[in-house]
Design a protein around this ligand. Structure first.
Ligand SMILES: Cc1cc2nc3c(=O)[nH]c(=O)nc-3n(C[C@H](O)[C@H](O)[C@H](O)COP(=O)(O)O)c2cc1C
Length: 387
Protein backbone atom coordinates (compact mmCIF):
# COMPACT_ATOMS: atom_id res chain seq x y z
CA UNK A 1 0.00 0.00 0.00
CA UNK A 2 2.81 2.37 -0.94
CA UNK A 3 2.13 6.05 -0.49
CA UNK A 4 -0.76 5.64 1.92
CA UNK A 5 -0.57 7.25 5.32
CA UNK A 6 -0.54 4.68 8.07
CA UNK A 7 -3.44 4.78 10.49
CA UNK A 8 -2.44 5.54 14.06
CA UNK A 9 -1.52 2.42 15.98
CA UNK A 10 -4.38 1.12 18.10
CA UNK A 11 -4.16 1.78 21.81
CA UNK A 12 -4.12 4.82 24.05
CA UNK A 13 -4.12 8.17 22.25
CA UNK A 14 -1.73 10.78 23.64
CA UNK A 15 -3.30 13.76 25.39
CA UNK A 16 -3.64 17.25 24.06
CA UNK A 17 -1.23 20.16 24.42
CA UNK A 18 -2.60 23.68 24.19
CA UNK A 19 0.57 25.73 24.47
CA UNK A 20 1.76 25.14 28.04
CA UNK A 21 -1.53 23.55 29.06
CA UNK A 22 -1.54 19.77 29.05
CA UNK A 23 -4.90 17.99 28.88
CA UNK A 24 -4.50 14.27 29.57
CA UNK A 25 -7.55 13.21 27.59
CA UNK A 26 -8.00 15.05 24.27
CA UNK A 27 -11.61 15.90 25.00
CA UNK A 28 -13.13 19.35 25.44
CA UNK A 29 -16.61 20.10 26.75
CA UNK A 30 -17.96 22.57 24.17
CA UNK A 31 -18.90 25.97 25.52
CA UNK A 32 -22.72 26.03 25.57
CA UNK A 33 -24.48 29.18 26.66
CA UNK A 34 -26.96 28.47 29.43
CA UNK A 35 -25.52 24.99 29.99
CA UNK A 36 -21.81 24.85 30.77
CA UNK A 37 -21.91 26.75 34.04
CA UNK A 38 -19.83 25.78 37.09
CA UNK A 39 -22.30 23.10 38.17
CA UNK A 40 -22.43 21.36 34.81
CA UNK A 41 -18.67 21.52 34.33
CA UNK A 42 -18.14 19.95 37.74
CA UNK A 43 -20.73 17.26 37.00
CA UNK A 44 -18.98 16.35 33.74
CA UNK A 45 -15.54 16.52 35.34
CA UNK A 46 -16.67 14.05 38.02
CA UNK A 47 -17.23 11.59 35.18
CA UNK A 48 -14.21 12.00 32.99
CA UNK A 49 -11.08 13.88 32.18
CA UNK A 50 -10.61 16.73 29.76
CA UNK A 51 -11.05 20.44 29.48
CA UNK A 52 -14.37 21.96 30.49
CA UNK A 53 -15.09 25.37 28.98
CA UNK A 54 -17.26 27.96 30.73
CA UNK A 55 -20.25 29.34 28.85
CA UNK A 56 -19.44 32.32 26.68
CA UNK A 57 -19.07 35.74 28.21
CA UNK A 58 -18.88 39.06 26.38
CA UNK A 59 -15.65 41.05 26.39
CA UNK A 60 -17.28 44.40 26.76
CA UNK A 61 -19.52 43.20 29.57
CA UNK A 62 -16.47 41.98 31.45
CA UNK A 63 -14.41 45.11 30.83
CA UNK A 64 -17.23 47.38 31.93
CA UNK A 65 -17.91 45.34 35.04
CA UNK A 66 -21.42 44.30 34.00
CA UNK A 67 -22.85 42.35 36.95
CA UNK A 68 -24.55 39.68 34.85
CA UNK A 69 -21.27 38.97 33.07
CA UNK A 70 -19.31 38.81 36.32
CA UNK A 71 -21.93 36.51 37.82
CA UNK A 72 -21.28 34.00 35.04
CA UNK A 73 -17.62 33.79 36.00
CA UNK A 74 -18.16 31.37 38.84
CA UNK A 75 -15.86 28.39 39.25
CA UNK A 76 -16.24 25.27 41.29
CA UNK A 77 -13.89 24.76 44.25
CA UNK A 78 -12.47 21.68 42.53
CA UNK A 79 -12.09 23.33 39.14
CA UNK A 80 -8.33 23.67 38.98
CA UNK A 81 -8.09 24.42 35.26
CA UNK A 82 -10.28 27.39 34.54
CA UNK A 83 -11.26 27.73 30.90
CA UNK A 84 -13.44 30.53 29.57
CA UNK A 85 -14.85 31.42 26.17
CA UNK A 86 -14.88 35.10 25.28
CA UNK A 87 -17.04 36.75 22.68
CA UNK A 88 -15.97 40.02 21.13
CA UNK A 89 -15.71 42.06 17.97
CA UNK A 90 -13.42 44.84 19.15
CA UNK A 91 -9.70 43.97 19.50
CA UNK A 92 -9.17 46.43 22.36
CA UNK A 93 -12.06 45.11 24.44
CA UNK A 94 -11.08 41.50 23.75
CA UNK A 95 -7.49 42.22 24.82
CA UNK A 96 -8.61 43.93 28.00
CA UNK A 97 -11.07 41.14 28.76
CA UNK A 98 -8.35 38.52 28.26
CA UNK A 99 -6.12 40.45 30.67
CA UNK A 100 -8.90 40.53 33.30
CA UNK A 101 -9.53 36.80 32.93
CA UNK A 102 -5.84 36.06 33.49
CA UNK A 103 -5.14 38.61 36.22
CA UNK A 104 -8.34 38.49 38.24
CA UNK A 105 -9.83 35.09 37.54
CA UNK A 106 -6.70 32.96 37.18
CA UNK A 107 -7.87 31.27 34.00
CA UNK A 108 -5.63 28.66 32.37
CA UNK A 109 -7.21 28.83 28.91
CA UNK A 110 -9.12 31.37 26.83
CA UNK A 111 -11.20 30.41 23.81
CA UNK A 112 -12.60 33.00 21.41
CA UNK A 113 -16.02 32.55 19.83
CA UNK A 114 -16.14 32.97 16.06
CA UNK A 115 -18.94 30.50 15.40
CA UNK A 116 -22.14 31.86 16.89
CA UNK A 117 -24.95 31.77 14.24
CA UNK A 118 -27.53 33.79 16.21
CA UNK A 119 -28.88 36.66 14.01
CA UNK A 120 -28.54 39.16 16.86
CA UNK A 121 -24.80 38.43 16.76
CA UNK A 122 -24.09 37.99 13.04
CA UNK A 123 -26.11 41.15 12.28
CA UNK A 124 -23.31 43.03 14.04
CA UNK A 125 -20.58 41.06 12.29
CA UNK A 126 -19.81 38.96 15.37
CA UNK A 127 -19.54 35.21 15.96
CA UNK A 128 -19.53 33.14 12.79
CA UNK A 129 -19.65 36.22 10.56
CA UNK A 130 -16.44 37.76 11.82
CA UNK A 131 -13.76 35.57 10.19
CA UNK A 132 -14.89 36.98 6.83
CA UNK A 133 -12.99 40.14 7.83
CA UNK A 134 -9.54 38.58 7.93
CA UNK A 135 -7.72 41.70 9.09
CA UNK A 136 -10.12 42.24 11.96
CA UNK A 137 -9.91 38.57 12.95
CA UNK A 138 -6.10 38.83 13.07
CA UNK A 139 -6.25 41.99 15.19
CA UNK A 140 -8.61 40.43 17.70
CA UNK A 141 -6.55 37.26 18.01
CA UNK A 142 -3.30 39.21 18.33
CA UNK A 143 -4.71 41.39 21.11
CA UNK A 144 -5.95 38.36 23.03
CA UNK A 145 -2.70 36.44 22.61
CA UNK A 146 -0.61 39.46 23.64
CA UNK A 147 -2.73 40.04 26.75
CA UNK A 148 -2.58 36.39 27.82
CA UNK A 149 1.09 35.79 27.00
CA UNK A 150 2.59 37.30 30.21
CA UNK A 151 0.45 34.83 32.16
CA UNK A 152 1.45 31.92 29.94
CA UNK A 153 -2.22 31.34 29.14
CA UNK A 154 -2.98 29.75 25.76
CA UNK A 155 -5.59 31.32 23.51
CA UNK A 156 -7.63 29.24 21.07
CA UNK A 157 -10.36 30.10 18.61
CA UNK A 158 -13.53 28.19 17.78
CA UNK A 159 -15.20 28.69 14.45
CA UNK A 160 -17.39 27.23 11.73
CA UNK A 161 -16.61 26.41 8.09
CA UNK A 162 -17.80 29.80 6.96
CA UNK A 163 -20.88 31.89 6.45
CA UNK A 164 -22.24 29.58 3.75
CA UNK A 165 -20.77 27.30 1.09
CA UNK A 166 -19.94 30.29 -1.11
CA UNK A 167 -18.20 32.14 1.71
CA UNK A 168 -15.97 29.62 3.46
CA UNK A 169 -13.56 31.10 5.98
CA UNK A 170 -12.08 28.25 7.97
CA UNK A 171 -8.82 27.68 6.10
CA UNK A 172 -7.90 31.36 6.20
CA UNK A 173 -8.99 31.48 9.83
CA UNK A 174 -6.69 28.56 10.63
CA UNK A 175 -3.73 30.26 9.02
CA UNK A 176 -4.52 33.54 10.78
CA UNK A 177 -4.92 31.77 14.12
CA UNK A 178 -1.53 30.15 13.66
CA UNK A 179 0.16 33.39 12.62
CA UNK A 180 -1.44 35.23 15.53
CA UNK A 181 -0.02 32.82 18.08
CA UNK A 182 -3.15 30.82 18.89
CA UNK A 183 -2.46 27.48 20.55
CA UNK A 184 -5.17 25.63 18.63
CA UNK A 185 -8.26 26.06 16.49
CA UNK A 186 -11.54 24.23 16.98
CA UNK A 187 -13.72 23.69 13.93
CA UNK A 188 -17.44 22.95 14.00
CA UNK A 189 -18.02 21.33 10.60
CA UNK A 190 -21.04 23.42 9.66
CA UNK A 191 -21.54 26.82 8.09
CA UNK A 192 -23.42 29.62 9.84
CA UNK A 193 -26.38 29.28 7.48
CA UNK A 194 -26.69 25.61 8.44
CA UNK A 195 -27.00 26.51 12.12
CA UNK A 196 -27.41 23.00 13.65
CA UNK A 197 -29.09 21.30 10.68
CA UNK A 198 -27.68 18.58 8.45
CA UNK A 199 -24.54 16.63 9.24
CA UNK A 200 -21.21 18.06 10.37
CA UNK A 201 -18.61 17.91 7.62
CA UNK A 202 -15.65 16.04 9.05
CA UNK A 203 -13.79 16.31 5.72
CA UNK A 204 -13.47 20.03 6.41
CA UNK A 205 -11.83 19.18 9.73
CA UNK A 206 -9.36 16.94 7.88
CA UNK A 207 -8.70 19.73 5.36
CA UNK A 208 -7.92 22.16 8.18
CA UNK A 209 -5.59 19.63 9.82
CA UNK A 210 -3.71 19.43 6.52
CA UNK A 211 -3.63 23.23 6.21
CA UNK A 212 -2.16 24.30 9.57
CA UNK A 213 0.54 23.21 11.99
CA UNK A 214 -1.27 24.13 15.21
CA UNK A 215 -3.54 21.49 16.78
CA UNK A 216 -7.03 21.29 15.31
CA UNK A 217 -9.91 20.26 17.53
CA UNK A 218 -12.77 18.61 15.67
CA UNK A 219 -16.36 19.45 16.56
CA UNK A 220 -19.76 18.34 15.42
CA UNK A 221 -21.98 15.28 15.82
CA UNK A 222 -20.09 13.26 18.40
CA UNK A 223 -22.92 11.32 20.03
CA UNK A 224 -20.95 8.41 21.43
CA UNK A 225 -17.34 7.80 22.46
CA UNK A 226 -16.81 5.67 19.35
CA UNK A 227 -17.70 8.73 17.21
CA UNK A 228 -14.87 10.66 18.85
CA UNK A 229 -12.32 7.98 18.02
CA UNK A 230 -13.66 7.80 14.47
CA UNK A 231 -13.38 11.57 14.09
CA UNK A 232 -9.75 11.58 15.26
CA UNK A 233 -8.94 8.67 12.97
CA UNK A 234 -10.68 10.15 9.93
CA UNK A 235 -9.46 13.71 10.31
CA UNK A 236 -6.18 13.61 12.21
CA UNK A 237 -7.63 16.09 14.71
CA UNK A 238 -5.61 16.53 17.91
CA UNK A 239 -8.74 16.28 20.01
CA UNK A 240 -12.50 16.58 20.02
CA UNK A 241 -15.02 19.11 21.27
CA UNK A 242 -18.29 17.61 22.49
CA UNK A 243 -21.48 19.64 22.79
CA UNK A 244 -25.01 18.31 22.42
CA UNK A 245 -24.01 14.65 22.85
CA UNK A 246 -23.49 15.16 26.58
CA UNK A 247 -26.78 16.96 27.25
CA UNK A 248 -28.52 14.84 29.87
CA UNK A 249 -25.61 12.39 29.61
CA UNK A 250 -22.62 13.65 31.58
CA UNK A 251 -21.39 10.05 31.76
CA UNK A 252 -20.42 10.39 28.10
CA UNK A 253 -17.18 11.89 29.48
CA UNK A 254 -16.49 8.60 31.30
CA UNK A 255 -16.92 6.70 28.04
CA UNK A 256 -14.74 9.23 26.21
CA UNK A 257 -11.93 8.99 28.77
CA UNK A 258 -12.07 5.20 28.54
CA UNK A 259 -12.13 5.24 24.74
CA UNK A 260 -9.05 7.45 24.52
CA UNK A 261 -7.33 5.19 27.05
CA UNK A 262 -7.90 2.29 24.69
CA UNK A 263 -10.83 0.72 26.53
CA UNK A 264 -14.34 0.25 25.31
CA UNK A 265 -16.94 1.49 27.77
CA UNK A 266 -20.55 2.32 26.95
CA UNK A 267 -22.29 3.47 30.09
CA UNK A 268 -25.94 2.43 30.07
CA UNK A 269 -27.40 3.75 33.31
CA UNK A 270 -30.70 2.47 34.61
CA UNK A 271 -33.34 5.09 35.28
CA UNK A 272 -32.37 4.91 38.96
CA UNK A 273 -28.80 5.85 38.07
CA UNK A 274 -30.05 8.62 35.80
CA UNK A 275 -32.23 10.08 38.57
CA UNK A 276 -29.20 9.99 40.90
CA UNK A 277 -27.30 11.98 38.27
CA UNK A 278 -30.22 14.42 37.93
CA UNK A 279 -30.23 14.88 41.71
CA UNK A 280 -26.47 15.51 41.70
CA UNK A 281 -26.83 18.04 38.88
CA UNK A 282 -29.63 19.90 40.67
CA UNK A 283 -27.67 19.86 43.93
CA UNK A 284 -24.59 21.38 42.26
CA UNK A 285 -26.74 24.05 40.58
CA UNK A 286 -28.33 24.93 43.93
CA UNK A 287 -24.90 25.01 45.56
CA UNK A 288 -23.65 27.56 43.03
CA UNK A 289 -26.83 29.55 42.36
CA UNK A 290 -29.01 29.09 45.44
CA UNK A 291 -32.01 26.77 45.55
CA UNK A 292 -34.51 28.92 43.68
CA UNK A 293 -32.33 29.77 40.70
CA UNK A 294 -30.64 26.38 40.78
CA UNK A 295 -33.93 24.53 40.45
CA UNK A 296 -35.07 26.87 37.72
CA UNK A 297 -31.87 26.25 35.77
CA UNK A 298 -32.25 22.52 36.27
CA UNK A 299 -35.66 22.44 34.55
CA UNK A 300 -34.22 22.74 31.04
CA UNK A 301 -32.19 19.55 31.57
CA UNK A 302 -35.15 17.33 32.46
CA UNK A 303 -36.16 16.39 28.90
CA UNK A 304 -32.56 15.62 28.00
CA UNK A 305 -32.11 13.25 30.94
CA UNK A 306 -35.42 11.48 30.34
CA UNK A 307 -35.11 11.19 26.57
CA UNK A 308 -36.32 7.73 25.54
CA UNK A 309 -37.41 6.69 29.06
CA UNK A 310 -41.06 5.85 29.71
CA UNK A 311 -41.79 8.72 32.16
CA UNK A 312 -45.21 10.15 31.28
CA UNK A 313 -46.24 13.66 30.29
CA UNK A 314 -47.55 14.57 33.71
CA UNK A 315 -44.28 13.58 35.40
CA UNK A 316 -42.22 15.48 32.81
CA UNK A 317 -44.40 18.57 33.25
CA UNK A 318 -44.04 18.47 37.03
CA UNK A 319 -40.28 18.03 36.79
CA UNK A 320 -40.22 20.96 34.37
CA UNK A 321 -41.71 23.14 37.10
CA UNK A 322 -39.60 21.90 39.98
CA UNK A 323 -38.93 24.63 42.57
CA UNK A 324 -37.11 22.91 45.45
CA UNK A 325 -34.78 19.96 45.93
CA UNK A 326 -37.40 18.37 48.19
CA UNK A 327 -39.93 18.58 45.32
CA UNK A 328 -37.39 17.05 43.00
CA UNK A 329 -36.74 14.14 45.38
CA UNK A 330 -40.44 13.47 45.72
CA UNK A 331 -40.94 13.37 41.96
CA UNK A 332 -37.86 11.32 41.17
CA UNK A 333 -38.90 8.74 43.78
CA UNK A 334 -41.93 7.93 41.60
CA UNK A 335 -39.81 6.81 38.67
CA UNK A 336 -38.97 3.12 38.29
CA UNK A 337 -35.28 2.84 39.21
CA UNK A 338 -34.95 -0.48 37.38
CA UNK A 339 -36.07 0.76 34.00
CA UNK A 340 -33.19 -0.01 31.63
CA UNK A 341 -31.47 2.63 29.52
CA UNK A 342 -33.30 3.19 26.22
CA UNK A 343 -30.60 1.85 23.92
CA UNK A 344 -32.48 3.12 20.85
CA UNK A 345 -31.24 6.59 21.89
CA UNK A 346 -27.59 5.57 21.45
CA UNK A 347 -25.96 7.32 18.53
CA UNK A 348 -29.03 9.51 17.99
CA UNK A 349 -28.75 13.31 17.76
CA UNK A 350 -29.95 15.24 20.79
CA UNK A 351 -30.34 18.93 21.62
CA UNK A 352 -31.04 21.56 19.01
CA UNK A 353 -31.05 20.51 15.36
CA UNK A 354 -33.70 22.39 13.37
CA UNK A 355 -33.48 23.58 9.82
CA UNK A 356 -30.99 25.79 8.02
CA UNK A 357 -31.53 29.52 8.23
CA UNK A 358 -33.07 31.20 5.18
CA UNK A 359 -30.09 33.52 5.12
CA UNK A 360 -27.41 34.85 7.41
CA UNK A 361 -28.16 38.33 8.68
CA UNK A 362 -25.01 40.41 8.21
CA UNK A 363 -24.06 44.09 8.48
CA UNK A 364 -24.74 46.10 5.32
CA UNK A 365 -22.10 45.39 2.64
CA UNK A 366 -20.31 42.85 4.88
CA UNK A 367 -19.45 40.45 2.05
CA UNK A 368 -18.08 43.17 -0.25
CA UNK A 369 -14.63 43.17 1.31
CA UNK A 370 -12.90 40.26 3.00
CA UNK A 371 -9.94 42.16 4.40
CA UNK A 372 -11.35 44.37 7.10
CA UNK A 373 -8.07 45.67 8.54
CA UNK A 374 -8.88 48.61 10.72
CA UNK A 375 -12.57 47.79 10.35
CA UNK A 376 -14.41 48.67 13.52
CA UNK A 377 -17.59 47.22 14.88
CA UNK A 378 -19.79 48.60 17.57
CA UNK A 379 -19.64 46.16 20.46
CA UNK A 380 -22.36 46.06 23.05
CA UNK A 381 -21.94 45.00 26.63
CA UNK A 382 -24.40 42.16 26.55
CA UNK A 383 -25.51 41.21 23.13
CA UNK A 384 -25.48 37.50 22.69
CA UNK A 385 -26.99 34.27 23.83
CA UNK A 386 -24.36 32.01 22.36
CA UNK A 387 -24.40 29.20 19.88
C1 LIG B 1 -27.38 25.14 23.86
C2 LIG B 1 -26.14 25.45 23.06
C3 LIG B 1 -25.39 26.58 23.35
C4 LIG B 1 -24.22 26.86 22.64
N1 LIG B 1 -23.48 27.94 22.99
C5 LIG B 1 -22.27 28.13 22.39
C6 LIG B 1 -21.39 29.16 22.80
O1 LIG B 1 -21.71 29.94 23.70
N2 LIG B 1 -20.20 29.30 22.17
C7 LIG B 1 -19.82 28.45 21.15
O2 LIG B 1 -18.72 28.60 20.60
N3 LIG B 1 -20.63 27.48 20.73
C8 LIG B 1 -21.82 27.29 21.33
N4 LIG B 1 -22.62 26.25 20.94
C9 LIG B 1 -22.13 25.35 19.88
C10 LIG B 1 -21.38 24.16 20.47
O3 LIG B 1 -20.26 24.59 21.20
C11 LIG B 1 -20.93 23.19 19.35
O4 LIG B 1 -20.04 23.87 18.51
C12 LIG B 1 -22.08 22.68 18.52
O5 LIG B 1 -23.16 22.29 19.34
C13 LIG B 1 -21.65 21.50 17.64
O6 LIG B 1 -21.14 20.46 18.41
P1 LIG B 1 -22.02 19.17 18.81
O7 LIG B 1 -22.47 18.51 17.53
O8 LIG B 1 -21.10 18.31 19.61
O9 LIG B 1 -23.18 19.66 19.59
C14 LIG B 1 -23.82 25.99 21.60
C15 LIG B 1 -24.58 24.86 21.30
C16 LIG B 1 -25.72 24.57 22.00
C17 LIG B 1 -26.50 23.34 21.65
Amino acid sequence: MGGMTALPAPGPTPGLSLGPLRVETPVVLAPMAGVTNAAYRRLCAEQGAGLYVCEMITSRGLVEGDQHTRDMLVFDELETTRSVQLYGTDPVYVGKAAEILCAEYGVAHIDLNFGCPVPKVTRKGGGGALPWKRGLLAEILEHAVAAAAPYDVPVTMKTRKGIDDDHLTYLDAGRIAQESGCAAIALHGRTVVQAYSGAADWDAIAALVAHVDIPVLGNGDIWEAADALRMVEQTGAAGVVVGRGCLGRPWLFRDLAAAFAGEEVATLPTLGEVTAMMRRHAELLCHHLGEERGCKEFRKHVTWYLKGFAAGGEMRRSLGLVATLADLDRLLADLDPDEPFPVAELGAPRGRQGSPRARVVLPEGWLDDADGSGYHLQEEASETTGG
